[in-house]
Ligand binder design. Structure first.
Ligand code: AHM
Ligand code: MG
Length: 343
C-alpha cells in the first residue's frame, strides 16, 4: 500500500515546476498529527483532559488539548521554513514567523488545531482542520493580514485529521480527495480511501436541533422535509449529529448527507469559522463532488473580512445542499420581516 509520504512525493512529480515546498509543508502537518494523535490516545491516563479556565477571543473556554495541539502544529509549521505565518482558532491574532527562513516562507496556514475538543473528555472523535494559501505579499517580508483573508477558492490545499476509532488524514491539493489511515503499530499513514466522492444524494442530516426554534424558516421547513417519509425507502431521513465537525463531515462524505450550522438567535452568523473550519471543508467537499453554501453564496466565493469570522454552513451532497438553499431563499423575506418585528 502507498504511504502518505510516497503519495505526496508522487503528486509533486506530476508538476514539473513544483519546488517541494508544499510537499515538505504537508509532511510537517503529518508529523504534528502523529504527535497529537499519540497524546489524545492517552486521554484519561494523563492530565490532558478538561478545560484550562482560559477563554479564547471568541469567548470559548480552551481545553488543555486545544492548547497542546496548537503548540505542536505551530512548532511543526515553523520548523521547516515553508510557512511565513499562521492563523489559528486558538490565537487571537495571526502569528508571524519572524526568523529569516520564516519570512521567506511561501505559504500561510489557517488551522483549527483540535476541533470539537470537549468531546475528548467523553472519548468521542475529534479532528484537526487545515487550509493552505500561497502568500500574496512578497517573500522576505512578514506576512500581512491580506495573506490570510483570501477567498476559499484560492486555497492551494486543505485537509483534516480525524482522531477516531482509527486515525485518518484526508487532504486535497485541488486534484481530488484522498484519505490515509494510520497504522498505529508503525505510525505510518497508508492510502486507504482513493479519490473520495460524496454521493449526489444522501439520507443523513446533521444539525443541532436543540436550536430549532431560532433557525431560519427555510431550515425549519427543510428539517420537516427530512422527517417526512421518502419514496425511495418509505422512511424519513436519518438524523446523526456527533457535535464534532470533522466526524460529522467525514461520515457524510463517505455515506452521503448534509451538515448544517445555521444562524441561531444568539449566533447571527452561526457558530463555525469561515477561514479554518468552513473553507477547508468546502474545498474538500467540492473536490469530492459535493457543495458548500451559506444559504445564499458558495462558501469558497466569500471574501473574508476578519480571521475569526463566522458563517452559516450547509455542506454535503449536492442535491441536499441545493434543496436546503432553495428553501432558505424562498423564506428569506419572512425571516427578515420577523427580525424587523423583533427589533
Ligand atoms: P469548537 O471549534 O469550539 O470545537 O466548536 C466547533 C464545534 C464543531 O466541531 C461542532 O460541529 C460544533 O462546534 C458543535 O456545536 P454545538 O454544540 O453548538 O452543536
Ligand atoms: Mg473549531
Amino acid at each position: 500500500m502507498k504511504t502518505l509520504g510516497e503519495h505526496i512525493v508522487d503528486k509533486q512529480a506530476e508538476f514539473p515546476d513544483a519546488t517541494g515546498e508544499l510537499t515538505s509543508l504537508l509532511s510537517s502537518i503529518k508529523l504534528a498529527a502523529k504527535v497529537v494523535n499519540r497524546d489524545i490516545n492517552k486521554a484519561g491516563l494523563v492530565d490532558i483532559i478538561g478545560a484550562t479556565g482560559v477563554h479564547n477571543i471568541q469567548g470559548e473556554e480552551q481545553q488543555k488539548m486545544d492548547l497542546f495541539a496548537n503548540e505542536k502544529f505551530k512548532a511543526a509549521l515553523e520548523a521547516r521554513g515553508e510557512v511565513c505565518g499562521i492563523a489559528s482558532e486558538e490565537e487571537d491574532e495571526i502569528i508571524v514567523f519572524h526568523s529569516e527562513r520564516g519570512r521567506n516562507g511561501k505559504y500561510v496556514v489557517l488551522i483549527d488545531p483540535l476541533d470539537g475538543s470537549s468531546n475528548i473528555d467523553v472519548n468521542v472523535s475529534v479532528g484537526t482542520i487545515f487550509s493552505i494559501y500561497r502568500r500574496l505579499s512578497a517573500r522576505g517580508n512578514a506576512p500581512t493580514l491580506e495573506d490570510f483573508l483570501q477567498p476559499g477558492r484560492d486555497q492551494v490545499a486543505a485537509g483534516y485529521i480525524i482522531y477516531g476509532s482509527s486515525t485518518m488524514l484526508v487532504y486535497s491539493t485541488g486534484f481530488g480527495v484522498n484519505g490515509f489511515t494510520c497504522d498505529p503499530s508503525l505510525g505510518v499513514f497508508y492510502l486507504s480511501h482513493e479519490n473520495m466522492q460524496i454521493p449526489e444524494d444522501g439520507r443523513i442530516y446533521s444539525i443541532n436541533e436543540g436550536n430549532y426554534l431560532a433557525f431560519p424558516l427555510g431550515v425549519k421547513k427543510y428539517i420537516k422535509y427530512c422527517q417526512e417519509e421518502h419514496q425511495e425507502s418509505d422512511r424519513p431521513y436519518t438524523s446523526r449529529y456527533i457535535g464534532s465537525l470533522v466526524s460529522d463531515f467525514h461520515r457524510n462524505l463517505l455515506k452521503g448527507g448534509i451538515y448544517m450550522y445555521p444562524s441561531t438567535g444568539t449566533l447571527k452568523c452561526g457558530k463555525l469559522r469561515l477561514l479554518y473550519e468552513c473553507n477547508p471543508l468546502a474545498f474538500l467537499i467540492e473536490q469530492a463532488g459535493g457543495r458548500a453554501s451559506n444559504g445564499f453564496t458558495r462558501i469558497l466565493d466569500i471574501k473574508p473580512k476578519e480571521v475569526h469570522q463566522r458563517v452559516p454552513f450547509y455542506c454535503g451532497s449536492v442535491n441536499m445542499v441545493n434543496k436546503v438553499e432553495s428553501m432558505i431563499q424562498t423564506y428569506a423575506d419572512q425571516d427578515k420581516a420577523k427580525d424587523s418585528d423583533v427589533s
